[in-house]
Design a protein around this ligand. Structure first.
Ligand SMILES: *Cc1c(COP(=O)(O)O)cnc(C)c1O
Length: 433
């Protein structure tokens, strides 16, 4: 057996080198994927801790295994901090990630083939909001709502009309690529009018909702799901918040909170990832500090600065700009319909990481879409402000306007490297030791 006390550098030099390379890639490039962030050393340490060794099926103080008194303290803290952060009545921190969190809610509240409504994938919904290739679209009947073709904004009167006709059991409010504010109150009114559960998925905007930079759906919606690794800046994971009472089943055997908990475990998952849940507690502790609100405000300022720079350079953005942390460039007016993949590759070569994305009423295909999605959570963590966003926006414009010119891409790569050197990632801390 290998020596348990040896470091990864000695035991597994191959993976050691890969981790180092990835750290360098992160340090030397500009990360603009809106679902990504850079976590603190404290979060990394909790994830890399001995808590990974434990089995603790069940919930705090009601476990199936012995030896969980310490684990209970960690999970209790995560729940307590999440409740405070969002003003939630009930919290389940065990979902392994955002998708399983959504799956658990569907499992708790819907029967197979029940009808629900979610935002169309091309217009900024998530795969788990009813896409035909996902469990949510295969096992349930999804009636998608879309944005208005002209304004590319949600039209709540239109959604209400559609809901009255479709009579969904659940309406999902949430986004993965919609750049404007969501009106959770309007969603709630529609749900009340047609007798549907309101499920909100704030995976992307959770940090903004927790700090009041975006409206928080928790006071309205029956159930709110989120990831913990996007704007909340925690470990890769999921979480479900809900009301305790089930408004459609007030005298049922289980209340809403109990239905959600039993759908997560034993309904879908096995043992919780205790090391990750402890890291969630660490992140929520960070999110409760006043600096986190300043960070979230800066995310939005940076997104506006980037959007303004791009529009100045003649780019069109979905819905004409951004209110949150993300935006989607429409490549159509640049003669690049269906070329999102080529643009993504060229930007990668220049050290700018983005993802190709569909645009509303996509004229291309999911693999060759006509949009580029950009977001500012990771660069804002790194310390970028409006002036850096201007440099980044100008660099993006240069690359897209000179897609086939290797010399231009090379010179942008140099500029980006210089910019990144001013904002070192994980300075003075060797994450590998
Ligand atoms: C990212 C995301 C998810 C899925 O999260 P994973 O952790 O990748 O499973 C779910 N819903 C929305 C809206 C998302 O943006």
């Amino acid at each position: 057996m290998t020596d348990m006390m040896d470091s990864i550098e000695k035991i597994d030099p191959e993976i050691y080198r890969i981790i180092k390379k990835e750290r360098d890639r992160l340090s030397d490039g500009v990360e603009l994927i809106p679902s990504e962030n850079v976590v603190s050393i404290a979060v990394l340490q909790a994830m890399g801790s001995v808590l990974t060794n434990k089995y603790s099926e069940g919930y705090p103080h009601k476990r199936y295994y012995g030896g969980n008194e310490i684990i209970d303290m960690a999970e209790d803290l995560a729940i307590e901090r999440a409740k405070k952060l969002f003003g939630a009545e009930h919290v389940n921190v065990q979902p392994y990630s955002g998708s399983p969190a959504n799956q658990a809610v569907f499992f708790a509240l819907l029967n197979l083939n029940d009808t629900f409504m979610g935002l169309d994938l091309n217009a900024g919904g998530h795969l788990t909001h009813g896409s035909s290739v996902n469990f949510s679209g295969k096992q349930y009947n999804c009636v998608a709502y879309n944005v208005d073709k002209e304004t590319e904004l949600l039209d709540y009167d239109q959604i209400k009309k559609q809901a009255k006709k479709a009579k969904p059991k659940l309406i999902l409010s949430g986004l993965t690529a919609y750049p404007r504010k969501l009106d959770f109150k309007a969603f709630q009114e529609i749900c009340d009018e047609v007798g549907a559960y309101h499920m909100s998925d704030i995976a992307h905007i959770a940090g903004l909702c927790a700090t009041g930079v975006h409206e928080n759906p928790v006071p309205y919606a029956d159930v709110v799901t989120t990831t913990t690794h996007k704007t909340l800046r925690g470990p890769r994971g999921g979480m479900i918040m809900c009301k305790i009472e089930d408004k459609f089943d007030k005298n049922g055997k289980k209340n809403l909170a109990q239905k959600i908990d039993s759908a997560v475990f034993p309904g879908l998952q096995g043992g919780p990832h205790d090391h990750v849940n402890a890291a969630k507690a660490v992140a929520f502790g960070e999110d409760l500090r006043p600096e986190f609100k300043d960070y979230c405000k800066q995310i939005v300022k940076n997104a506006k600065a980037l959007a303004d720079t791009l529009m100045d350079k003649g780019f069109e953005l979905v819905a004409g700009g951004t209110d949150n942390h993300l935006m989607v460039i429409k490549l159509v007016n640049k003669g690049l319909t269906g070329k999102g993949k080529d643009v993504q590759t060229a930007l990668d070569e220049a050290g700018i990481t983005v993802n190709k994305n569909t645009i509303p009423y996509e004229p291309g295909s999911p693999f060759n879409p006509s949009g580029i999605r950009l977001g500012t959570p990771a660069v804002t963590t790194r310390g970028f402000k409006e002036s850096e966003m201007k440099v980044v926006g100008e660099s993006i414009a240069k690359v897209i306007d000179n897609l086939d010119d290797k010399k231009v891409i090379e010179s942008v790569r140099k500029d980006i490297l210089e910019l990144c050197k001013k904002f070192p990632l994980y300075p003075e801390f060797d994450i590998l030791k």
